[in-house]
Design a protein around this ligand. Structure first.
Ligand code: SF4
Ligand code: SF4
Length: 175
């Protein structure tokens, strides 16, 4: 009999302790939001998929100098860049040289012009976000800060193709 009363008292005590913790947590501010009725606001440090940045003088034109570094360094091979030498044929017709895994640079006919002086025009800058591990190597290694992490947090799609982004079109507000 005494044993049963002791067990009940221990049970009641543990219930009181549990309710005390629940009561304390119940009145603390919420850390989650009622999506989709509410959205998260503190996204300053959020790392979304990468995005191209525009030039200060012309925000629709990418800062990218087409060095190919980001595509070369990406461990997942999710960046695809194509460009052509200004004044020459488009990228589909220009002769190319391979500078890294899957990274081709157009070979200019202007052989005697220093590489830095050859004007390039960006044709394609695609990201396959399905493969991206958000390691940040591309952003860290871009010599001109031409890419940044987006704050695109609410992503949804019906297929993998929905996460293959044309970053050039997005910069121009078309993607
Ligand atoms: S964050 Fe990493 S995995 Fe994603 S595109 Fe950049 S280099 Fe590739
Ligand atoms: S590293 Fe920067 S400048 Fe070079 S191709 Fe990538 S985005 Fe363009």
């Amino acid at each position: 009999m005494l044993k049963d009363i002791g067990k009940t008292l221990i049970g009641l005590w543990s219930l009181i302790i549990g309710l005390k913790i629940t009561g304390k947590e119940f009145f603390k501010p919420w850390l989650t939001v009622h999506y989709p009725r509410q959205e998260v606001k503190n996204l300053n440090t959020y790392r979304g998929h990468i995005e191209l940045t525009g030039q200060e003088t012309d925000p629709w034109k990418p800062k990218c100098v087409m060095c190919g570094k980001c595509a070369e360094i990406c461990p997942s091979g999710c960046i695809h860049i194509e460009f052509h030498i200004a004044g020459e044929d488009d990228s589909s017709q220009t002769e190319k040289i391979l500078i890294g895994v899957g990274v081709e640079i157009p070979f200019s006919g202007k052989k005697f012009v220093p590489a830095a002086k050859i004007e390039r025009e960006l044709d394609i800058f695609n990201l396959n976000y399905n493969l991206c591990s958000l390691c940040g190597l591309c952003v860290q290694n871009c010599p001109v800060d031409a890419i940044k992490f987006s704050k695109d947090v609410y992503l949804a799609g019906r297929s993998r193709q929905d996460f293959e982004y044309d970053l050039l079109a997005r910069l121009k507000g078309q993607g």
